[in-house]
Design a protein around this ligand. Structure first.
Ligand code: RFL
Ligand code: PHB
Length: 391
């Protein structure tokens, strides 16, 4: 097989890149390790920054999001079991956020690629990248017990944190920044009416989050020890612990019911620099991970591939490499902004195992300050809604 850009990974980054390139007449093939049904049933992100909402609209993928998604003026933070403040993105930035699930976005992207005749190879095993520092890189993989080969001009590594692409960059070239957190998020999906708003809760029992997927689908998370398993958290125990971490009026408003998905995700901050090696460009979770507290991961995947698509389009249309040459540094500026913000919010809202009462008291003071200070809130709102793309 031959294509212009071989894209490793059929998650949001890979599919969006394939769609963006197609809109400018550039051919790509997406190589995905898992069957499509597996990719489509993963429950992940739920909150889109204003920039991601605009990008989806600009590329003709805003229809279902605008019909089914839930626009928000921002998200609430609650603490001390009673205090409450809105991170008012509408007031401070003039922009809204959107609650619209990654599962639905992935469905929309697959539908668009199928409609436009995009080539997506799923269930591809033993994916390997070759000759990345030459002008003739290629990708191999196994499918239905035969070995296939894709020749290409460029390779986009969009294969997530556990993918192969980043590992093809020699360790002498890479600098990795890594920080793990001593807790995870236990998340459930349930067919119940969600709270009207997205609410982050700091509580002396630990962090909790109320989110949503649709009018009849709620998504909730609680901070839990890393060594917990989902079997230790039957639904009744989950609901009881969740309610204990919210102020009484919100706890009373939480509708409970059977969970239809339950999982524990570890929290991690990770950046791998640079995001380029020869003809390989990494994007999304393949290059960096944020803890979900800032709701930034999917949004970064979109900004990365938007920058990368500009570089590739420039190369094919104008025969110039200038935008490709600055891809890594440009994408990383936005990545580090989101890394810092997600780390800050994680520290501010979670209980750490080695905390003493002083730590929690200063955390509560910081929340009081953010709620009182227009300047502090303006800075938080600007980052939560997402920094603008550099044009
Ligand atoms: P993905 O989604 O991991 O997709 C990578 C794809 O590559 C495939 N793959 C391979 N393919 C070929 N060969 C290989 N060797 C391969 N290895 C892997 C995988 O099967 C997969 O299909 O990465 P991508 O596209 O960069 O997208 C990133 C986002 O998925 C991620 O950042 C977000 O889900 C993070 N995230 C959130 N982001 C937000 O912006 N807002 C949120 O509200 C939000 N909430 C969350 C989150 C992530 C969470 N978890 C479970 C980690 C909430 C949670 C709980
Ligand atoms: C979600 O709805 O899954 C969600 C919302 C906000 C976050 C993270 C996840 O910060």
């Amino acid at each position: 097989m031959r294509t212009q850009v071989a894209i490793i990974g059929g998650g949001p980054a890979g599919l969006m890149l394939s769609h963006l390139l197609h809109l400018d007449g550039i051919d790509s093939i997406v190589v995905e390790k898992h069957p499509r049904e597996h990719v489509l049933q993963r429950i992940r992100a739920g909150v889109l920054e204003a920039g991601s909402v605009q990008l989806l609209r600009d590329v003709g993928l805003g229809g279902r999001m605008d019909a089914e998604g839930h626009p928000h003026d921002g998200a609430y933070i609650v603490w001390k079991g009673e205090q409450k403040v809105l991170i008012d993105t509408a007031k401070y930035t003039g922009k809204q956020m959107m609650a619209y699930g990654q599962t639905a976005i992935t469905e929309d992207l697959y539908a668009a690629r199928d409609r436009d005749g995009g080539r997506i190879i799923d269930d591809a095993q033993s994916v390997a990248l070759h000759d990345l520092t030459t002008d003739e890189p290629f990708v191999t993989f196994e499918k239905d017990r035969s070995v296939e080969r894709i020749e290409c001009d460029f390779v986009a590594g969009c294969d997530g944190f556990h993918g192969v692409s980043r590992r093809c960059i020699p360790s002498s070239t890479l600098v990795n920044y890594d920080k793990s957190y001593p807790f995870g998020w236990l998340g459930i999906l349930s067919e119940t009416r969600p709270l009207p708003d997205i609410v982050y809760a700091n509580h002396e029992r630990g962090f909790a989050l109320a989110s949503q997927r649709s009018e009849r689908m709620s998504r909730y998370y609680i901070q839990c020890p890393l060594d917990n398993s989902v079997e230790e958290w039957p639904d009744d125990r989950f609901w009881e612990e969740l309610k204990a971490r919210f102020p009484a009026d919100m706890a009373d408003a939480i509708e409970t019911g059977p969970s239809i998905e339950k999982s524990i995700a570890p929290l991690r901050s990770f950046v791998s620099e640079p995001m380029r090696y020869g003809r390989l460009f990494t994007a999304g979770d393949a290059a960096h991970i944020v803890p979900p507290t800032g709701a930034k991961g999917l949004n970064l995947a979109f900004s990365d591939v938007w920058y990368l698509s500009r570089g590739l389009i420039r190369r094919y249309k104008d025969n110039k490499d200038d935008l490709l040459d600055i891809y890594s540094e440009t994408a990383l500026r936005r990545v580090w902004g989101a890394e810092r913000m997600s780390w800050y919010l994680t520290r501010l809202l979670h209980l750490f195992p080695d905390d003493n009462p002083f730590d929690q008291r200063t955390r509560e003071d910081e929340l009081d300050y953010v709620a009182r200070s227009e300047n502090a809130m303006a800075a938080l709102a600007e980052q939560y809604v997402g920094l603008p793309y550099e044009m």
